[in-house]
Design a protein around this ligand. Sequence first.
Ligand code: BTN
Length: 244
Amino acid sequence: FGKNIFYYDEAGSSNDIAKKLAPTAEEGTIVVVEQQTGGRGRLGRQWASPKGGIWFSTILKPRIALSAASRLTLTFGLSVAKTMRQYGFDAKIKWPNDVLVNGKKVTGILTEVEAEIDTVEFVVIGIGINANMSLKDIPEDLRENSTTLRDEGGKSIDRVEFLQKLLFEMEQEYIRFSTRPFNEIMDEIIALSDTIGKEVTVNMPNRIVEGTVVGISKTGALLLKKADGEIEEIIAGRCMYAKK
Ligand code: BTN
């Protein structure tokens, strides 16, 4: 990963650039943008991307079915959490696409897939890390329950070194993803999961469910125990923790 790097001082969204390059790009090509003017989050939301963060996208061409693409998001969430742990941060994974430090969001992942019927042509994994910046660099309405590595660690990190370590972790994890049963990766994700045991509300396109997270299935779906005791398996959705 990162053998081919496209770097921009300023651009709209690294995911959009990566999607344009993807048909002809080699697998593992990355697009890094110092400052995004149109950073995108999941579900059509904006993603604040001032200078000082790590905003990049990776182009992949996995031989998987469309339904397996969300597992890649979890896999790379694990890579981000493991890299942060090397720096001493207490990083955990919040299903399905966030990494938290001290219970607050430092990273979001936006996975976009181009598929022909059920065959994946390419996947763009966009990773946004709030690194050398402070929460006040993020507009108030986009802060949610976020934080930054500098706010949590009290100092800046070497972003180039961090990205090198992260790309190494991602490559290792991707090789494992492609060659081993997914439950090996899943066991590590479960061990670093912040979501198990939490009371949550999950928003899906046409309904909302509430319950307690009792686990994550071997395929990466959320297992939610509802008030009536039934356990529902949720493959995709927006997960919010209940306010205490
Ligand atoms: C989310 O939590 O909603 C996902 C945020 C993903 C942000 C990253 S930053 C790099 C890449 N380019 C984008 O426009 N978005 C992703």
